[in-house]
Write a protein that binds this ligand. Structure first.
Ligand code: GRF
Length: 197
């Protein structure tokens, strides 16, 4: 049984889908939700699902405190779901191939620092793209640059604004993130020993 931690900064609609998907699964369970934003919706969603949550500061992300907490909780897979900060290199190295992110565009297009939320959709619309989509990828030490594991596309429709496009993308994310994670987990070799911190 793989113990999953989700890191999120916002409303947590993807986190909710992940918690629901793995609830009762013999393969994995969401054991922890980590959040860097007091009052973020994801904290309530974790509470509603009976999943422990951990609020941490930017300093605790940087100084190894979060890494220590994750290792102590026996976390084997980290899922970013709207987490707005770059992970420190030590943390990335401690879970090699075991940190995934979801991004609301077809990377490498519309990714990188500052490309999040409505900014992504506004850029897609401004460029006159006919399609957009989602990317699930491994996390490395740079924004949105790890190996792509999965992509799904949707049309950009005439009359779309950032809100309508965001809603279509969110639906795509909810439909695919949990199953893509499950597929990835099934292919993973047995977990290495937990990182020593
Ligand atoms: C999603 O669009 C995801 O792609 C991005 O952040 C957003 C999080 O949304 N990384 P939510 O908090 O899961 O609703």
């Amino acid at each position: 049984m793989v113990r999953i931690a989700i890191l999120a900064s916002g409303s947590g609609s993807n986190a909710r889908q992940l918690m629901a998907h793995f609830s009762g699964s013999p393969l994995a369970q969401v054991a922890l939700v980590g959040c860097d934003q007091p009052g973020a919706g994801v904290l309530q969603r974790a509470w509603d699902m009976g999943v422990p949550s951990l609020l941490f500061s930017p300093a605790e992300l940087r100084d190894g405190t979060l890494q220590h907490e994750l290792a102590s909780a026996g976390i084997g897979l980290l899922l970013l779901a709207g987490f707005m900060r770059l992970l420190p290199p030590e943390l990335v190295r401690a879970w090699p191939g075991r940190i995934l992110n979801i991004h609301p565009s077809l990377l490498p297009k519309y990714g990188g620092k500052g490309m999040y939320g409505h900014r992504v959709h506004q850029a897609v619309l401004a460029a006159g793209e006919k399609e957009s989509g989602i990317t699930i990828h491994l996390v490395n030490e740079r924004y949105d640059e790890g190996k792509v594991l999965f992509q799904a596309k949707c049309p950009v429709l005439p009359g779309d604004d950032a809100d309508t496009l965001a809603a279509r993308i969110h639906a795509l994310e909810h439909a695919h993130y949990p199953s893509a994670v499950e597929g990835y987990l099934k292919e993973l070799p047995p977990a290495p020993p937990l990182p020593h911190v």
